[in-house]
Design a protein around this ligand. Structure first.
Ligand code: ZN
Ligand code: ZN
Length: 608
């Protein structure tokens, strides 16, 4: 990405002819789309090493586990510039070594893909939905070479192409280097384009949506109008749009039944997918749009050094995801509300659910938000067959970071005149986003200290809530906005949080019980079956509720259960229902003061 400016200049100089001479050329065709296959050719010219090392990526930007994309590649062959077959050896599972070439190596392979989302490939008769790390083989020594990609539209298909790659013509695109190519998901389908100009500091940018769906024009128009409002509110946070490469930002939306729910940020585009149509899930889809668009500042340009450059051969670990993802989650909710795409009750329910989760999660005693961020390679679409004790030891950096953002926003608004979390993001944008200077963790604290002119405040906040495991106070700060943090079912008896489900009229504990919860204390574990409580058989949620309603928190009742096939009896101590919620004082039978209403409006209201 750093070679971009030079590349734009060269492209201008050679009037677009450069693409034909690229050292790296890919062609993608889909003759067997019905069975989810693509045929890919990767051609490398001016190969300078005796052995060309070619790889499939093991990771994908914005997704932090290893995915081993080589597993979906077969029929790999290589020829030289004369079309003569070359021998291939395999030094490891994701690499092909090609020798005895004449300076040109052309590799062909079949690619299988049947998962349309933000990481993998979905190839079928309705679309070719491609994420480049899952698609292209790349070669050592060509990381900074300009790339040309040619797509062959299947015969009889009325497909067009949506991508952040630079267009040469309708089916040929270029990237300045490997990093930009890998960051450029591409959808080929019969989608609709919607686009509009946005003025930012005297420059006009184009924002466009490629929408692949089976819904109506009215649904598409509503989605576009709602997205326009989100874009405007996001712009208002920073005071400007990022300087998008080629002046354009593209939402690639695929809401077809075969797609899988996801959202993935990129430098000048995002890919947003779901199985569900706009007709029934418009608000969910807009929540993803809001989150992903905020990323075009936070993580794409306000970027942690730990992710730069992205390493396609290893897992990428970052201690900053509580900010990169967590603050983005907070703004996803906030911008959805500021843009009038969610109600006050809905945004408070989102904040409340996230806070409730963290307040109840035992994980906060094990790892700090920085350490939770570093676990992304184990949790972000990672797969393993041995069980992990995640219910007890883990809190998602999305959720954890989001409640840190809530705390910091409220504290800044209360303790410092005219300062808000928007001001903090603006300060990060000025220091690291605009110059595209990757930040390290300590920069985040330094920026907060210089913004507030209060080093002690910044140090304490980071020591306690970012490096440490102490939760901020939420009750008092929420009061300033006329909001109440309260138990959602006060004084109601409960077994606490239990991963419980009913299978064939049996109450089965489906996961590890939470440390400190009533059932954990008396030794119930995953796969145990609760037979009775207070001598009443428990075969349904109704049976459970009927027992609990007769008791108070702290009551001790008998429990019969099966553990590893053995019948056991014990006494369990009930607790108060642990769920928290955030509601308005109006709901709590009060009325906001003028100061509370002003605080709330300034925080949650439109910035336009
Ligand atoms: Zn699609
Ligand atoms: Zn995100």
């Amino acid at each position: 990405m750093r070679t971009l400016c030079i590349w734009i200049f060269l492209n201008f100089w050679f009037a677009g002819s450069l693409w034909a001479q690229s050292e790296v050329n890919y062609t993608l065709a889909f003759p067997n789309a019905v069975h989810h296959e693509a045929e890919v050719t990767a051609a490398f010219r001016n190969v300078k090493t005796p052995v060309l090392e070619v790889r499939m990526s093991r990771s994908s930007p914005g997704r932090y586990a290893l995915h081993e994309f080589a597993k979906n590649v077969y029929n790999v062959k290589a020829v030289n510039g004369q079309g003569k077959p070359l021998s291939i050896t395999r030094p490891n599972p994701h690499q092909w070594n090609v020798s005895n070439h004449d300076g040109t190596v052309k590799i062909t392979y079949t690619l299988f893909g049947d998962r349309a989302d933000g990481t993998y490939n979905g190839i079928d008769e309705q679309h070719a939905h491609l994420n480049m790390p899952a698609t292209v083989m790349y070669a050592s020594g060509f990381e900074t070479s300009p790339v040309t990609v040619n797509f062959s539209i299947p015969a009889g298909k009325n497909w067009t192409i949506a991508t952040q790659l630079k267009s040469v013509n309708e089916t040929t695109f270029t990237a300045p280097d490997l990093q930009y190519l890998m960051d450029s998901p591409t959808e080929l389908s019969n989608f609709v384009w919607h686009q509009w100009p946005v003025n930012s500091k005297g420059k006009t940018k184009t924002i466009r949506i490629a929408l692949h769906h089976a819904g109506t024009e009215a649904e598409a128009n509503h989605y576009t109008e709602a997205t326009q409002r989100i874009v405007a509110q996001a712009q208002a946070v920073y005071g400007e749009l990022p300087d998008y490469d080629y002046g354009t930002y593209t939402f690639i939306a695929c809401y077809m039944p075969q797609a899988v729910g996801d959202g993935m940020e990129h430098r000048n585009s995002t890919i947003v997918t779901s199985t569900h149509p706009l007709a029934t899930h418009s608000r969910d889809h807009l929540a993803t749009v809001s989150h992903e668009y905020f990323h075009s500042w936070n993580v794409e340009r306000i970027r942690p050094k730990s992710l730069e450059p992205f390493n396609y051969a290893e897992a990428n670990m970052s201690g900053e995801l509580w900010l990169a993802e967590g603050f983005t989650s907070y703004y996803g909710d906030l911008l959805l509300h500021r843009s009038k795409n969610s109600t006050l009750d809905e945004v408070l329910a989102s904040f409340g659910n996230e806070l409730n989760f963290v307040l109840n999660a035992p994980g906060k005693n094990y790892f700090s938000p920085v350490e939770m961020s570093m676990q992304a390679p184990f949790v972000d679409a990672a797969q393993s067959i041995d069980p992990v004790n995640r219910p007890n030891t883990y809190i998602s950096y999305y959720t954890y970071g989001s409640v840190i953002a809530l705390a910091l926003d409220l504290e800044l608004r209360q303790k410092f005149k005219n300062l808000t979390l928007d001001s903090y993001l603006q300060a990060l944008w000025q220091a690291y986003g605009i110059p595209e200077k990757p930040y390290v963790l300590t920069d985040l604290q330094t920026t907060l200290a210089s913004l507030t002119k209060n080093e002690t405040f910044a140090r304490n906040f980071f020591q306690e809530h970012v490096y440490g495991k102490t939760l901020a106070d939420y009750k008092n700060p929420l009061t300033a906005a006329g909001l109440v943090l309260r138990k959602s079912q006060p004084n109601k008896a409960s077994l606490g949080l239990v991963p419980l489900t009913f299978q064939d009229s049996q109450a089965v504990i489906t996961n590890y019980t939470f440390v400190g919860s009533p059932l954990y204390q008396i030794g119930l574990d995953k796969q145990d079956v609760i037979l009775s409580l207070d001598n009443q058989p428990i075969k349904s949620w109704e049976d459970l509720a009927a027992v609990l309603v007769k008791h108070q928190p702290a009551d001790q009742i008998t429990i019969a259960y099966k553990h590893l096939g053995e019948s056991r009896k014990s006494i369990v101590t009930l607790i108060e229902n642990p769920y928290w919620e955030i509601v308005t004082v109006e709901k709590a039978a009060g009325k906001p003061t003028k100061a509370q209403q002003t605080f709330r409006d300034s925080w949650l209201g439109s910035k336009l």
